[in-house]
Design a protein around this ligand. Structure first.
Ligand code: PLP
Length: 403
């Protein structure tokens, strides 16, 4: 294994890695030929699982004709146009347009910029503050790092961006107090529908409607960071649908292409578009070389097709219930301290004397991939996992906790 590859979110001195070489459905194989049920969809993205011919063919077909053409003025390409129309039709956002990025982090930074720009162009340049929640994860670009509610990820990089504030994650009252004190300065609130990397933490009852009300009452924009929840994880195209709220902006990435090729984006609602489009010929001075990458957009179209044709949103609900019930048994047996989650996104809470990374390592030995989080072990399997594979996940993790 190369010692030249500086791995992301990995100890800088680690030298032993699991080397994935092949995948099929919810299974992946390592270089030694061992198979694992991937109960994490890699890093919360492989919703359609591995080896999907439809997606591979869409990629190959597009890459063979014109792998991409850029979308800066005056160019466009068909797959980007088609995907924008398709996502605009699925997203719970008023009269949206879709901006493409290459990753979730780029989507988050772009959403923050667009929220501020909308206020700026509407004559409210004093609205710059971005409010996030503790335990929120919003990627690792400078905006997303500044917005995170995970202090360990924020420390040691020098000064972060100004005008960001974090409030306790599940506390509507704290959010109300902040709005009462600084409502005139707030550009946007950013929140994951269910917090993912920070611990798989569902919102308390009524949290999202309360956020929407506060934003409406005080003239702030609401950004749903759907990088994990979007494209089926909670049994709906977007996670906020589960909580009955229409945000102004949605960030997405990961499962939009199931990770076959990188793609992210921002769904930009009417409240943001309005000021940005008000002045004829206003040039939107932000974007990425690969905004609207044709091959990535073609892959996303294929992924949405498969999700529809195989009714995977409904399947996510069925699988989520099966997983919840199985993991609840482990809690009832005293193997774990608790269980939290919703849809097909769950976490077992570890006991004080349990180390999540040790549970992960033992589960790996048993052929199941889970992810250790602070005080918890996360489960986010592909929506194509079979019942038997899911039962193997539950049994293997129970065995890992028993030893
Ligand atoms: N936002 C959320 C909610 C995420 O979970 C992530 C990644 O896990 C990101 C943003 C950043 O996405 P990326 O790693 O593609 O930059």
């Amino acid at each position: 294994m190369s010692t030249r590859f500086l791995h992301p979110f990995t100890s800088t001195t680690r030298t032993d890695f699991v080397d994935g070489v092949r995948g099929e459905g919810a299974l992946v194989w390592d270089a030694d030929g061992r198979d694992y049920v991937d109960a994490m969809s890699a890093l919360w993205f492989a919703n359609l699982g591995y080896g999907r011919r439809e997606v591979v063919e869409a990629i190959s077909d597009q890459a063979g004709r014109l792998h991409t053409y850029h979308c800066f003025d005056p160019f466009t390409n068909g797959p980007a146009d088609d995907l924008a129309d398709r996502i605009a039709g699925l997203a719970p956002v008023d009269d949206p347009r879709v901006f493409f990025t290459g990753s979730g982090s780029e989507a988050v930074d772009t959403a923050i910029k667009l929220a501020r720009a909308a206020h700026h162009r509407a004559g409210r340049p004093h609205r710059q503050l971005v409010v996030s929640r503790s335990s929120g994860y919003h990627g690792t670009n400078l905006g997303g790092t500044s917005a995170q509610g995970l202090p360990l990820n924020q420390a040691g990089w020098g000064d972060l961006a100004p005008h960001f504030v974090s409030v306790p994650g599940d506390d509507v009252e704290a959010m109300s107090v902040l709005f009462a004190e600084r409502g005139e300065q707030i550009a946007a609130v950013i929140s994951e529908p269910v917090q993912g990397a920070g611990g798989v933490i569902p919102p308390v009852e009524g949290y999202w409607p309360a956020l929407r009300r506060l934003c409406d009452d005080h003239g702030a924009l609401l950004i749903a960071d759907e990088v994990i929840c979007g494209f089926g994880r909670l049994g709906s195209w977007f996670g906020v649908e589960r909580f009955g709220v229409r945000p102004d902006l949605i960030t997405f990435a990961k499962a939009v292409t199931s990770g076959y090729v990188p793609l992210g984006g921002v769904v930009v609602g009417a409240s943001v578009r309005g000021p940005l489009e008000a002045e004829p010929d206003h040039l939107l001075r932000t974007g990425y070389t690969y905004s609207g990458h044709a091959t990535a957009c073609a892959a996303a179209m294929a992924c949405i097709d498969v999700t529809e044709s195989e009714s995977l949103l409904a399947r996510a609900d069925e699988l989520g219930e099966r997983l919840r019930a199985g993991l609840a048994t482990s809690v009832d047996d005293g193997l774990f301290a608790g269980l939290r989650g919703t849809g097909f996104l769950w976490a077992l809470e570890t006991h004080d004397d349990q180390v999540p990374a040790v549970v992960r390592d033992r589960a790996l030995e048993g052929g199941v991939i889970v992810r250790p989080l602070p005080g918890a072990v996360a489960f986010c399997p592909p929506l194509v996992t079979t019942d038997e594979q899911l039962d193997r996940v539950v049994d293997t993790v129970a065995t890992a906790a028993r030893r």
